[in-house]
Design a protein around this ligand. Structure first.
Ligand code: C5P
Length: 234
């Protein structure tokens, strides 16, 4: 898998999502399906989008006991998704169980990436509520290393952390980075943002962009701009 732009399809219904993707005509962007759409529509929406030919990152952020995660991941693997994820706060026994569950009889499996610390959690919250007293950067790198040592393929992180993650975990460990905005765009509720070309320079392997594409007057044009800025083609 090379560098690519993943569109966060944060729509409330399957119909809206399929209408949106229909606008891309022949193009088949890589899409992210999150909890909102999955819980509204169930696994059928994943099957429908997959049948349309798009690659899918299923962003459900699992975190449970190893046995439950193993079995849940086996179900998700059966949907044919390309990438899925879990919380690195669930320790390495959970991460290894997830890999077992994802691996099919032929030995193939979707890529598995870990959420280190949510970007909505800041240092103060982490210290006062989670009682984790290390600097955020150390926590993120430690969780990334745990994920790599458990056999995972990468992490979801801020583009600002991508270079450090590659430094600690190696250049082939994938960084998937949300929090990306066009230079002339609205930041919305994202605080620390980078443009697609800055994220590329910072070493992101995949950028996740939602509203700058989904809410654009011309989503296909916005997507093509993101691809041009990030991977240099369009
Ligand atoms: O619309 P926007 O570009 O902000 O969408 C970003 C997407 O990435 C959303 O689906 C959001 O849930 C997700 N995300 C994020 N920050 C994280 C993890 C996931 O923005 N740390």
């Amino acid at each position: 898998m090379g560098k690519d732009v993943i569109i966060a399809c944060d729509f409330a219904t399957g119909k809206e999502t399929l209408d949106f993707l229909g606008g891309f005509k022949g193009r088949k962007p890589f899409v992210k399906i999150g909890m909102e759409l999955f819980y509204a529509e169930g696994p059928d929406i994943v099957r429908k989008i997959k049948a349309g030919g798009n690659r899918i990152f299923l962003d459900l952020k699992l975190h449970d006991i190893p046995n439950t995660v193993r079995k849940a991941m086996a179900r998700l693997s059966g949907l044919g998704v390309d990438v899925t994820n879990l919380h690195a706060a669930g320790p390495s026994n959970m991460m290894k169980a997830a890999l077992e569950g994802l691996t099919g009889p032929d030995g193939r499996r979707p890529l598995l990436i870990a959420v280190t610390q949510l970007t909505s959690t800041d240092q103060e919250t982490m210290e006062n509520e989670l009682l984790i007293r290390e600097p955020m950067e150390n926590v993120v790198m430690h969780y990334a290393l745990n994920a790599r040592n458990a056999g995972l393929d990468g992490v979801v992180c801020s583009p600002l952390e991508a270079a450090a993650v590659h430094g600690v975990c190696g250049s082939s460990f994938i960084t998937v980075t949300p929090g990306v905005r066009f230079a002339d765009g609205d930041k919305g509720d994202q605080k620390r943002v980078m443009t697609p070309s800055q994220a590329a320079a910072a070493g992101s392997d995949y950028i996740v962009m939602g509203r700058p594409i989904t809410a654009a007057a011309d989503p296909v044009e916005a997507y093509e701009r993101a691809v041009r800025d990030f991977v240099g083609e369009g």
